[in-house]
Design a protein around this ligand. Structure first.
Ligand code: SF4
Length: 511
């Protein structure tokens, strides 16, 4: 025994005693194994992936199925089940994964994905095509999911909180060009298409590679043609020859627009509009637009909710970005109670005066109105008389003008109206529509203030969840329609997550 132990001695410790070598399991990476896998047991009973599969199974996926050409009784390969593809995308967005390649990879070894697929591989082309090729069917799926949630009491439409968020486009900031470089790149792309010729007759590379190259160049050519069309649209939104000439468009995603981001910077983006029902935080309306500002998006958001449910929300709550007089009047006409912050317009007036080079000591507030004579008196005691009336939604503007000679001879003209070469200074007296006055009074009540305070916790939370948890910080696809579809997948995922939390888990726990 003593002699055997000596053989294993590999050294001595500090006290001089011999030390034996520990026995550990050897890792054999050269072996081939056949294992038995119980696919059903890959994920526990209460795993989220089971809930998603169940939810999607309750939906009518007819819109997706009718696009399938392979039918039973006829020769040909079966295609991947739309229920599986929809479940894969929803489960992946729930994990913050939005790449088709990544999902395809995960299907090979991740238990939840293996459970979904029955341990079969799923091609990433099939996944990425499915995400963007069935707009109508996806719209129907989203609406049907809302119907189910409504039937289960998760949506009431009593109060809907609405907000917008800018999501970066699938394009870099350096992809923006003026007209001339776009035309040059288009000419180069057209030349390249001509030079590539017929892929079948390519000699140095295989026809498959040649066809792929030609497809890539053609796609670039189409993008550049689309860029020139979008550039024209951008120009139409600009005023002034210099601004029109300086207009730029993205060559990578021509339909995106440069928008201000939350961090103050600018990036090619889309404006994502989300309406969230307060009852359970379910997203009841989704829109993606090219508009950099939110004012014009409120009425269409109410419309979208009505299309989804057949009825309008009872109350819409928004931030100041939507609270224009036009929106106040429009929602009043639609019988939708509107809650939103509204300022006194001081900031806009200050910005306008600043643009006109007016010194703060001569802003409109220092001109006094005389109701008896219907005139204004300026700081130099000169009279500004009624000039004209201008109507705008929710407000009537009465314009008053000083005598041109008074201003021309005034010692403070360079501070009061430096750009008025021949005319006198003007002041506008705005009179709000009674509906706008009533809205302002309502917003002073404690009840309205309390409702408005809750807006952030619902609307801003949804937007933050979409970006932080679902990963919708930047689109993976290009173009307005595809960006809209990616947003819809993300919002559908958000809603199903809420359903799992509030209904499926509760039901599962009680069974
Ligand atoms: S510039 Fe005209 S409006 Fe202004 S202070 Fe002088 S007189 Fe009055």
């Amino acid at each position: 025994m003593r002699s055997d132990k000596r053989k294993l001695v590999i050294g001595e410790d500090k006290s001089g005693d011999s030390v034996a070598k520990p026995r550990v399991q050897v890792i054999n990476r050269q072996q081939l194994l056949l294992r038995t896998v119980d696919v059903e047991q890959l994920v526990p009973e209460d795993h989220e992936v089971r809930a998603i599969w169940e939810f999607v199974g309750r939906m009518d996926l007819g819109g997706f199925y009718k696009a399938i050409r392979a039918i039973e009784g006829v020769a040909g390969r079966e295609v991947t089940d739309p229920r599986l593809l929809a479940s894969l995308w929803i489960y992946s967005y729930a994990q913050g994964i939005s790449s088709g390649r990544e999902i395809s990879r995960l299907c090979d070894y991740t238990p939840a994905y293996q459970w979904l697929t029955g341990m079969k591989p799923v091609n990433y082309h099939t996944l990425t095509d499915f995400r963007i090729k069935h707009k109508e069917a996806l719209d129907e799926l989203f609406t049907e999911a809302l119907g189910l949630m409504s039937a289960e009491g998760l949506i009431t439409l009593e109060r809907v909180m609405h907000d917008g968020t800018k999501v970066k486009a699938c394009a870099g900031s350096d992809s923006y060009r003026r007209e001339e470089p776009v035309r040059q790149h288009l000419e180069a792309a057209e030349r390249q298409v001509r030079e590539l010729g017929d892929p079948e007759t390519a000699e140095e590379i295989s026809p498959k590679v040649a066809a792929a190259r030609q497809r890539a160049v053609r796609e670039r050519q189409q993008r550049l043609e689309s860029a020139l069309e979008e550039l024209e649209k951008i120009r139409q939104t600009k005023s002034g020859a210099a601004a029109k000439a300086g207009a730029r468009v993205s060559e990578s995603d021509p339909e995106s627009r440069i928008m201000k981001q939350g961090n103050g910077g600018y990036a090619p983006s889309y404006n994502v509009q989300i309406s969230t029902d307060e009852a359970a935080g379910i997203i009841v309306g989704v829109g993606v637009t090219q508009a950099a500002v939110d004012y014009g998006e409120l009425v269409s958001s109410v419309q979208r909710i009505e299309e989804n449910f057949g009825e309008k929300p009872q109350q819409m709550v928004t931030d100041g970005g939507y609270t224009s007089r036009a929106n106040i009047i429009e929602l009043e006409q639609q019988n939708v109670d509107f809650i939103g912050s509204i300022g006194d317009g001081a900031a806009q007036i200050a910005a306008q005066m600043n643009r006109r080079g007016v010194d703060p000591a001569y802003y409109p507030g220092v001109f006094s109105y005389e109701p008896v004579t219907d005139t204004y008196i300026c700081p130099c005691n000169k009279e500004l008389r009624y000039d004209s009336t201008e109507e705008e939604p929710g407000r009537t503007n009465y314009k008053y003008r000083a005598n041109a000679t008074d201003c021309g001879n005034c010692s403070v003209k360079d501070k009061c109206c430096p750009h008025n070469a021949v005319k006198g200074r003007t002041i506008v007296r705005g009179v709000d529509d009674p509906v706008v006055i009533a809205f302002k009074e309502k917003m002073q009540t404690e009840e309205a203030k309390l409702i408005y305070k809750r807006r952030g916790a619902v609307a801003e939370f949804t937007n933050a969840w979409l970006k932080e948890k679902i990963g919708l910080r930047q689109f993976c696809v290009r173009g307005l329609i595809k960006a809209g579809m990616e947003t819809l997948w993300a919002c559908l995922t958000c809603n199903i997550k809420q359903w799992i939390r509030l209904r499926w888990k509760v039901k599962y726990a009680s069974t």
